[in-house]
Design a protein around this ligand. Structure first.
Ligand code: ATP
Ligand code: MG
Length: 327
């Protein structure tokens, strides 16, 4: 049996710049496979190669056994693509967008109307089908985009950051929709830079950074890694000289980083560390002016997985899942 998606040594150079660096992975039938990585990691470039939009510089990829370069017609006929930039026509109605897509796929009139009706009902857009998409919310537009990708009876759905920039309710709805479609047998490949999203809906997750896959794992394994890189950040009114050494010595603290006037204590037990800090502060007669518990950032997880230091930009862009408790 072939895999739903298979990539071998897939590589993309833009001039001299290596955007995707000899990545290999397989996606099983019926799986929701997440491609998790920070900005510029190579997620969109990979999706573009897998969907035949961009030609790989090296390597091969296949969809349901069809080589994406040599058998692109067959491969494309069984895939749906939701690109990172909306491909919805704002001036057309939701209905017209779907019908137009159906025509592009060469689907018969009766079939495309039936399919458009089913999809619009599924996405709760049927009542608004004749309105121009221009007046739709971002979440509604994204749903039209996904519906368009499903017009051709797709067996593999590619979603490039399907929930980015959407309100909480739309995010929830789209994730639910993806799960439901998957239950009906659709294989899903999605990119995200959101750790929580990857954890919530993916069966397996590949972590990509700077064009390379750092790890392919189940969310549970990833969660274990994440648990070990939680942290508590504290700042004191008057900081004694040797506070770093003291903080390192607290129970459940694995390491301490100084960030400006704050100290970040890495731990897998934030509640224990909070208690330890209070006790320490009382003993030393220190006044904590802020204490935050922070979830792991994508950067933390990468560092843990690869042991490599990430660049400042990645640090800035990817403080995900922070859970702040100010006092
Ligand atoms: N057409 C292009 N020409 C030159 N460089 C490109 C091109 N497309 C992408 N790149 C570069 O390749 C790298 C990977 O880009 P890509 O869009 O695949 O990242 P991404 O993981 O999708 O990022 P994001 O989370 O921002 O969408 C980036 O450094 C980007 O600047
Ligand atoms: Mg992208």
């Amino acid at each position: 049996m072939n895999n739903a998606i298979s990539a071998s040594e897939l590589t993309k150079f833009y001039g001299d710049f290596l955007a995707v660096d000899h990545i290999s992975f397989t996606v099983n039938y019926g799986e929701i496979f997440g491609f998790l990585g920070p900005n510029g990691a190579g997620k969109t470039t990979t999706i573009r190669m897998l969907t035949g939009v961009s030609t790989p510089t090296e390597g091969v990829a296949s969809i349901m056994g069809y080589d994406i370069v040599r058998q692109s017609v067959e491969a494309k006929s069984i895939m749906g693509i939701v690109p990172d930039i909306s491909n919805v026509y704002d001036e057309l109605s939701a209905w017209a967008n779907l019908i137009f897509t159906g025509k592009l796929y060469g689907i018969s009139k009766a079939k495309r109307e039936e399919r458009a009706t089913d999809l619009l009902k599924l996405f709760n857009l049927f009542d608004r089908r004749n309105e121009r998409v221009r007046g739709f919310s971002r979440g509604m537009k994204r749903k039209v985009c996904i519906a368009m990708a499903l017009m051709n009876d797709s067996r593999v759905l590619f979603l490039d950051e399907p929930t980015s920039g959407l309100d909480v309710e739309s995010v929830r709805e789209i994730r639910q929709m993806v799960r439901m479609l998957n239950k009906d047998g659709l294989t899903v490949f999605l990119t995200t830079h959101n750790l929580e999203e990857a954890n919530q809906i993916c069966d397996r997750i590949a972590i990509i950074n700077k064009g390379k896959i750092a790890a392919v794992d189940t969310p549970e394994k990833l969660r274990q890694t994440m648990r070990s890189v939680q942290s508590v950040e504290v700042a004191f009114r008057d900081t004694p000289q040797d506070v770093v050494e003291d903080l390192k010595g607290l129970r459940a603290v694995s390491s301490v980083e100084k960030r400006g006037d704050k100290y970040r204590l890495i731990t897998d037990e934030p509640t224990v560390v909070l208690q330890e800090i209070w006790t320490y502060a009382q003993r030393m007669k220190l006044t904590p002016i802020s204490i935050n518990t922070l979830g792991p950032s994508l950067e933390d997880v990468f560092m843990k997985l690869t042991g490599r230091e990430m660049e400042e930009e990645i640090v800035r862009n990817n403080r995900m899942g922070e859970n702040r408790t100010r006092r």
